[in-house]
Design a protein around this ligand. Structure first.
Ligand SMILES: Nc1ncnc2c1ncn2[C@@H]1O[C@H](COP(=O)(O)OP(=O)(O)O)[C@@H](O)[C@H]1O
Ligand SMILES: [Mg+2]
Length: 394
């Protein structure tokens, strides 16, 4: 499958050749794939097959070409094929803003340690998973995210943080510094330590990293809101409702009003004053690890959580596409857009709206579905693959 009929897609000037796109993908012992190979061009990819055939698994493999734990966020041990040798491998050639790059990732046969990380090779050299972010940006939407607006704040915070990391990769290290210090502080409570000097150093680290986290999130939400406003005022209307976003969190609220140094001091004092309360709870009760992204259905002016499930889906899809557009605006190259089981839940007008949006954004979207017919409006603008029990055919 190498034919690319159009040098340019329908309604934009950017050549297809500059799209971030997976060009070859090889899987070995990955979930239900003993071995598979795909040769692709830059067009969006549609995976069609019955339930359980391996569509989401393929999307998951693609998601592991970027930083993070993949779109299911599952432990790596689970990804190795059950009847395989143990371990799995994903190898890809990806057209990136730095040219065509070979990316390899995988895990060796488990030595009984569930926590071993994955190995990553970029252009033949060992690298960290985080380093993939320089090459592969992505946004995704999977059925497990259906409850994003009604569930707890953790998933919404992660949803936001994935975007923040794509445009401000420094967030990753701020988050791990913050979490490490917080874990140590929580451990002091559990060990019934009272020494102020033990807490001071950790709280200082939490304040410094916490303000960096809050600043990166505020900036991302501000840019996202600006883009949503811009789109509302433009002619390119999408069939997806616009979102009104606000970021809620102690440090974020503080930082919106004062300087970073002042916010850092304030958070450090808050931690110090909260020690006894936190001790009673045996964990840190306030901070950027509790922040939340609140989403309102713009046209209806109703909190997303109170909308119908169909409205929530449309809102979330619109938000994911806006994320992709923001990454494109800032990074100059659009991310991969992985949409699992999305098309089937849209009416005909919205489905066409989704396809138009994908072509307008000039992205290699990856979409899955059980019904090939639904994707026919894409015509030659997409490459359609059949997936059948771990075997892929074009
Ligand atoms: N580690 C694994 N080894 C072998 N098979 C697996 C593994 N993990 C998942 N599977 C199987 O892969 C199949 C396809 O899953 P999935 O990609 O989610 O299907 P779908 O096409 O419906 O998205 C499922 O039947 C699942 O049991
Ligand atoms: Mg699936």
């Amino acid at each position: 499958m190498t034919a690319s009929p159009n040098e340019h897609t329908a309604d934009q000037d950017e050549p297809v050749a500059t799209r971030l796109s997976v060009r070859t993908l090889r899987l070995t012992d990955f979930r239900n794939y003993a071995s598979a190979r795909l040769d692709l061009d830059a067009r969006p990819v549609v995976l069609v097959g019955e339930n359980g055939s391996g569509k989401t698994n393929l999307l998951e493999a693609v998601s592991l070409l970027g930083p993070g734990h993949g779109l299911r966020g599952r432990p790596y041990a689970e990804l190795a094929r059950k009847d395989g040798q143990g371990g799995f491998a994903i190898a890809a050639t990806v057209r990136t803003r730095h040219g065509e790059i070979d990316i390899g990732t995988g895990c060796a046969a488990s030595r009984g340690d569930e926590n071993t990380g994955r190995t990553v090779r970029i252009a033949g050299k060992d690298a960290s998973a985080g380093a993939l972010g320089e090459y592969v940006k992505q946004v995704f939407l999977i059925p497990a995210m259906d409850g994003l607006f009604t569930g707890g704040g953790t998933d919404r915070r992660r949803f936001l943080d994935r975007l923040v990391i794509a445009i401000a990769p420094g967030l990753r290290s701020s988050l791990s510094r913050y979490e490490r210090a917080m874990r140590q502080r929580n451990r002091l409570f559990q060990m019934r330590e009272f020494g102020a000097s033990l807490f001071e150093g950790l709280e200082e680290q939490m304040a410094e990293a916490g303000v960096a986290i809050a600043a990166a999130r505020l900036d991302a939400v501000e840019r996202l809101c600006a883009l949503i406003d811009e789109r509302r005022g433009s002619d390119t209307q999408t069939p997806f409702p616009y979102a009104v976003l606000s970021l809620h969190g102690t440090v974020e609220a503080d930082l919106a009003e004062r300087s970073a140094t002042e916010a850092e001091d304030a958070f450090r004092i808050l931690l110090e004053d909260g020690r006894e309360r936190d001790r009673a709870a045996a964990r840190t009760l306030e901070g950027p690890h509790r922040s939340d992204l609140l989403v309102v259905h713009g046209p209806k002016n109703v909190p997303a959580a109170m909308c119908s499930s169909g409205e929530q889906k449309a809102l979330l899809l619109g938000l994911v596409l806006t994320k992709a557009e923001l990454i494109k605006t800032i990074e100059g190259i659009a991310p991969l857009v992985l949409l699992d089981e999305v098309a089937a839940h849209l009416d005909g007008i919205r489905r066409r709206g989704l396809f138009d949006e994908i072509l307008r954004l000039n992205v290699q979207a990856w979409m899955t579905g059980t019904d090939k017919e639904l994707f026919s409006p894409l015509g030659q603008d997409a490459q359609i693959l059949d997936v059948n029990r771990g075997i892929i055919t074009t």
